[in-house]
Ligand binder design. Structure first.
Ligand code: PMP
Length: 396
């Protein structure tokens, strides 16, 4: 009997494929590699004891509830605790304004399903968080880059592009952006909010890093600016302040869009894990998350300073880089003519790694750009990693 061929995968599944950079970075899993590539929180800073106690507590007290199916919107106690944290930070929020998501990454997928038709225009910062580009690409959106400078998205360029492209939504990471570490100043946040008010588009404000501030003053969320209050979706996450393996994030959205996201979440996973949500709620009730975040901030500040202190000696003369006030990333540019993707081979051969900047661009890539994450290694390891990088660039 001849065996019939199987139908092909959907075109979208083949266009969003594995990348050459991903293949090189797979080599950095070797323990001897000092990697500035990953963007992983430091595992030794997880409060594993506190998290274990929270799981043990909910499993002992309410196993029938926390092992059962639950509502799509999420655990009421967890939503109330998140709402309280948002309110304290200057954005009055009720539990009902929120949906708990399986990581904030899922919020992007839910929004794409709830809002986007194939061909709709989504505006993004250029460069942009890679998995957001993939998510909007998967939805069949036409992703249009908005130019940025050292302070993030350029509001004048935004205005022009909005008039020309009539976008359905603008996606941005205004605080300690991935990949650049940049923070959008308040005046620009207002300009973004006013553009959305005048022209009518959704703003998706993704903020997984905002609590990791090492210097300077917090900048208000775009969601708290009245002009855009009814058209901004704010995303948050426990990944960087508690642990990414919990896969717990949340979405704050106006009622009609929130309902559409609930329907799209029903089809995705019915709800986020009941026991994980209950444990996080218990942790927030019994422990002091702010005190824990203060410990993380102290450690990451030292690591950022170790990286910034040594970059001048590690990168080729005439390179440039920024000094982010928080988050996990420093964005650097090699001098004209040097290609960060080509040099990555040499770096990995010398047991050190970074991520080339090129894949983060939705527009024309800057071949000299690279992203360095400073959170995963100790200051001493960071210094050793920089010595190895210096060796690579001296030979280039
Ligand atoms: N948004 C941005 C900007 C990110 O950098 C990340 C992860 N690194 C996410 C969303 C997803 O985070 P999570 O799903 O773990 O909440």
């Amino acid at each position: 009997m001849t065996r019939a061929e199987l139908p092909a995968t959907a075109a979208r599944a083949t266009t969003v494929g594995s990348s050459p950079v991903r293949d090189i970075l797979a080599l950095t899993a070797r323990p001897e590699v000092i990697s500035f590539a990953g963007g992983l929180p430091a595992p030794e800073l997880f409060d594993s004891e506190g998290i274990r106690a929270a799981y043990a507590g909910v499993l002992a007290d309410a196993p029938d509830r926390v092992l059962q199916y639950s509502t799509t919107e999420g655990d009421p106690d967890l939503r109330a605790a998140v709402a309280e944290r948002m309110t304290v930070r200057g954005l009055p929020t009720g539990a009902d304004d929120l949906i708990v998501t399986t990581g904030s990454q899922q919020a992007l997928t839910l929004l794409a399903i709830a809002l986007l038709e194939p061909g709709d225009v989504v505006l993004v910062e250029d460069p942009c968080y890679l998995a957001a580009l993939q998510c909007f690409g998967f939805a069949g959106a036409r992703v249009v880059p908005v130019p940025t400078d050292e302070q993030g998205l350029d509001p004048e360029a935004l205005e022009e592009i909005v008039v020309r492209e009539r976008p359905k939504l603008l996606y941005l990471v205004p605080t300690f952006q991935n990949p650049t570490g940049r923070t959008l100043p308040l005046a620009r946040r207002r300009a973004v909010a006013q553009a959305a008010e005048r022209h009518g588009f959704w703003i998706v404000e993704d903020d997984p890093y905002g609590e990791l501030r090492y210097d300077g003053e917090p900048v208000p969320w775009i969601a708290s600016i009245p002009a855009a209050a009814d058209r901004t979706v704010l995303l948050g996450s426990f990944s960087k302040i508690m642990a990414p393996g919990l896969r717990l994030g949340y979405l704050r959205a106006p009622a009609a869009l929130r309902r559409a996201c609930v329907i799209s979440k029903q089809s995705a996973d019915l709800h986020t894990s009941t026991v994980d949500q209950a444990a996080a709620a218990r942790y927030l009730r019994d422990r002091d998350l702010d005190a824990h975040v203060a410990v993380i901030r102290g450690a990451y500040r030292e690591r950022r300073d170790a990286l910034l202190g040594g970059l001048g000696d590690a990168l080729p003369a005439a390179s440039r880089w920024n000094r982010p006030e928080g988050g996990m990333f420093v964005w650097a540019r090699l001098p004209e003519g040097q290609d960060a993707t080509e040099l990555l081979h040499l770096a990995v051969g010398n047991d050190v790694a970074y991520v080339p900047g090129a894949p983060f661009f939705a527009g024309k890539p800057d071949p000299g750009a690279l992203r360095l994450s400073f959170t995963t290694h100790s200051p001493t390891e960071i210094q050793e990693g920089l010595r190895r990088l210096a060796g690579v660039f001296a030979r280039a």
